[in-house]
Design a protein around this ligand. Sequence first.
Ligand code: MG
Length: 293
Amino acid sequence: MKLATFTAGERPCVGLVDDEGRVRTLRGVLGDAPLIEVIERWEELGPLIATASGLPVVDAPRLLAPIPQPRRNLFAVGKNYRDHVREFGRSGYDTPDRNVDLPSRPVVFSKATTSVTGPFDDIDAHPGVTSELDHEAELAVIIGPGGRGIPRERALAHVWGYTVLNDVTARDLQRDHGQWLLGKSLDTFAPMGPWAVTADEIGDPARLEVTSSVNGRPRQKASVADLIFDVPELISVISSGITLLPGDVIATGTPAGVGIGFDPPRFLRPGDTVECAVSGIGTIRNTVRAGTG
Ligand code: MG
């Protein structure tokens, strides 16, 4: 099933997205419970949602990120598609120098919770902070049952669902500060949605395709099967010493075709609209605006 977080003028709540793409409110079933609580109580609430009937269609809902306020930073993975490793290495934006070698272990970083924004909200260009804004379309994993030391053979049992995430990046901050947190974490740098799709509806995430476009022109296109470190491996590696919690988000990495893959780079400018999509999930669309913050 597809579950969205939306508002229609009142407090945000969770809705079920039907086959026609309409949002049906679950307020009568879940009250004001945020999706993160629904995920925590999934064994109890999942069957209630699955058997609910006569759910009212919401008129003109405003979709928010499925998890608008994560409990802690988003996990994210860098350099996880071969062609993107090469374009990133060649660009000179990697640190400490031009490095086109494939990583031998996953490159994991995090994005601040305050970077999360809605699937159709504007991306703040942050003029004065960055002048090298870039997009990264990604499949994001949402953790269900938490755990530590999760073996890869059991990893997919810890996935509650999936969503689409644009890992917006300030390339100048990423390069100049010698780490990735700042360049990845500015406010509005994690548009997410348009909803979450439960793991049972996706099955094997490797069959999904990630794409993006800027102003309608295709930029990225890859199969999730091309990940260097696949979803089970990422869960196994991250959970080896960190307890994963229900509602944790893991952005799995971006394919080739980002702005710094071009020579000269094609950075995003105010007025540009970026679409990021994952097959079987949906499309998010965000326009860059100067000074939205
Ligand atoms: Mg990324």
